[in-house]
Ligand binder design. Structure first.
Ligand code: MSP
Length: 542
């Protein structure tokens, strides 16, 4: 029997993004979280399927394309190419990228419609309602905000009346409510779960799932005048790439999804509408919908009109992808809102990256080069400080797993950095430069150097889900590429201390994160230079 058949699977998705504008740092945040979880699960030995993509239909796109003087498909092609490029630059390890304009997806959506229609849960009715075009959402009067606007984006809604198909969602409300109540892990964090329970308890109305006022969408298979409502279309994307309709074995392996990671404002679509659709299809419900918080910039919501939209590409140009990934994951607790500021980013780079991990690497490699000609010696007897480091290392790996299994990404990073701090302190405590002076201390120095190389080996593995570009660089500098490529290493290989191969030659040392001058430092420097110039000018005059 093939062993891999028994491996646990893990299917994680991000939302599929609207190609209505360029992606900003908030989108990058969402995708980076999902990527780090996917990478962690691979590290832990799971067979992972990680999906992201683009949600390309709807009136908003049709209008934007017309304004640009291009066809909708030309419009989305261009923007989606930008998404893909950005994910590449951020080292997003998605296994597939679904575009809702692809034939494979259109087929699935039409089949979903057909099946639900066939069991009598889709009917033709008349829609009179309030529609928010930017959010592609219908609202009832009582859901509007106090100004009578969209409760999500607070922009005006439009009244529409048209013949439309409805999904009999009311029929599934009780079952979805029961599923949410019976499975406390289904909707997370708990505040979102409570919101959803209250929402359903107020009563679920049938959902209008077709439109006739525009045509940029998937045609209703039984009535081509209608296009399918963009959320009905979009949610079905999660079925398409894991074999629904065309690969039953793959589908059995990955469905139900283990985690739909979504922003907090679309938890409702994923934990109510989507489960209703799945129940109507007789498919199992996803195991988890996790609603992450919103990223604001210097305390303010990002918006075009405020001109404070942060472009992740520019940040990558300036600081590199891993620094951005690190910042987002370290700074924000999953589920809560978080703040992006350039200042805070530079501070983190300098303290955690250039200083903590950067110094540990630099000091270790320099000492191995200086004292042992680049060859990491075997460890002899651990002394008390060494023993503490070893215990801390092993404990960190155990805690790391627990923390990642509960998706506490920021806490996990703190845990790893506390270990890195411990390793730096170990250098100060064991004073290798003193040990190097006396041949009698040879074994002691060997042990210190080995412990340090091992600390870095363990750290490289632990940071690899968060910083997929930096971890392999550390790995190479430790001279481990020929031992085993980092991508093939599994978590179990760092559970016990001492895996760095004795007598292994390190690689070529190079700085991983140069220190960045803060804006304050730059200003202070400029001021100093100006003063000096003025002084010189005065001297010349005298
Ligand atoms: N197309 C729908 C999703 C369909 S999924 C079947 C959509 N697209 S979106 O492009 O508007 O948003 C995609 C995701 O980006 C959402 O989860 C949203 O929460 C997230 N973000 C958009 N702005 C954000 C921040 N400022 N911060 C964090 N995430 C944010 O909704």
């Amino acid at each position: 029997m093939n062993l891999s058949e028994n491996r646990k699977s893990f299917y994680i998705t991000t939302p599929i993004y609207y190609p209505s504008a360029k992606l900003h740092i908030g989108h990058a945040y969402c995708t980076t979280i999902a990527d780090s979880i996917a990478r962690y699960k691979r590290l832990a030995g799971y067979d992972v399927f990680f999906l992201t993509g683009s949600d390309e239909h709807g009136q908003k796109i049709q209008t934007a394309a017309a304004a640009d003087g291009v066809t909708p498909i030309e419009y989305v092609d261009r923007i989606v190419a930008g998404f893909q490029k950005l994910w590449e630059r951020l080292s997003i390890s998605n296994d597939d990228f679904i575009r809702t304009t692809e034939e494979r997806h259109v087929k699935v959506v039409q089949e979903v419609f057909r099946r639900i229609y066939a069991r009598g849960d889709i009917y033709l009715g008349e829609y009179k309602g309030l529609y928010c075009t930017p959010c592609e959402s219908y609202w009832t009067e009582r859901q509007l905000d106090e100004d009578g606007c969209c409760p999500d984006c607070h922009r005006p809604v439009q009244e529409v009346t048209e013949k439309a198909y409805f999904f009999r969602m009311s029929r599934y409300a009780d079952r979805v409510l029961k599923y949410i109540e019976d499975n406390p892990e289904f909707v997370q964090p708990v505040a979102r779960r409570n919101e959803m329970i209250n929402f359903i308890r107020q009563g679920l109305e049938d959902l209008c799932i077709s439109r006739t006022s525009f045509d940029w969408g998937i045609p209703v298979p039984i009535d081509e005048k209608h296009v399918i409502y963009v959320w009905f279309d979009a949610l079905s994307n999660y079925l398409t790439p894991v074999g629904f309709l065309d690969d039953q074995e793959k589908f059995n392996k990955f469905w139900p999804a283990d985690m739909h990671l979504v922003g907090k404002e679309i938890v409702r679509f994923h934990s109510i509408i989507w489960p209703c659709m799945l129940l109507a299809l007789d498919l199992p419900l996803p195991k988890k919908v996790y609603g992450h918080g919103w990223l604001v910039v210097d305390g303010d919501k990002m918006s075009k009109s405020k001109g404070n939209v942060v472009d992740p590409n520019l940040l990558i140009d300036e600081f590199g992808a891993d620094a951005i990934r690190y910042f987002l994951l370290r700074e924000i607790n999953l589920g809560q809102d978080g703040n992006f500021s350039r200042d805070a980013l530079i501070k983190r780079i300098n303290s955690d990256l250039a200083n903590d991990i950067g110094n540990l690497l630099h000091r270790t490699l320099s000492m191995v080069t200086k004292y042992r000609a680049g060859i990491v010696p075997p460890a002899a007897q651990q002394d008390e400080t060494g023993g503490r480091l070893v215990a801390d290392g092993e404990n960190t790996v155990a805690e790391y797993e627990k923390s990642m299994e509960s998706y506490a990404l920021s806490d996990t990073i703190k845990l790893v950095w506390s270990f890195i701090g411990r390793a730096n302190k170990y250098i100060d405590e064991s004073q290798p430069w003193v040990l190097a002076r006396d041949e009698a201390d040879r074994a002691k120095l060997d042990t210190v150097l080995h412990n340090l190389a091992e600390s870095l080996r363990v750290s490289a593995v632990l940071i690899s889900p968060f910083m997929p570009q930096t971890a392999p660089r550390i790995w190479s500098q430790l001279g481990l590429d020929d031992v085993k490529p980092l991508g093939e290493v599994r978590l179990e290989e760092i559970r016990g201390w001492g895996g760095y191969p004795a007598e292994n030659h390190i690689g070529i040392p190079e700085p991983i994160f140069p220190r960045i001058e803060t804006d304050e430092e730059k200003a202070a420097k400029a001021e100093k230079a100006a003063k000096k110039q003025a002084k010189q000018a005065r001297k010349k005059q005298q």
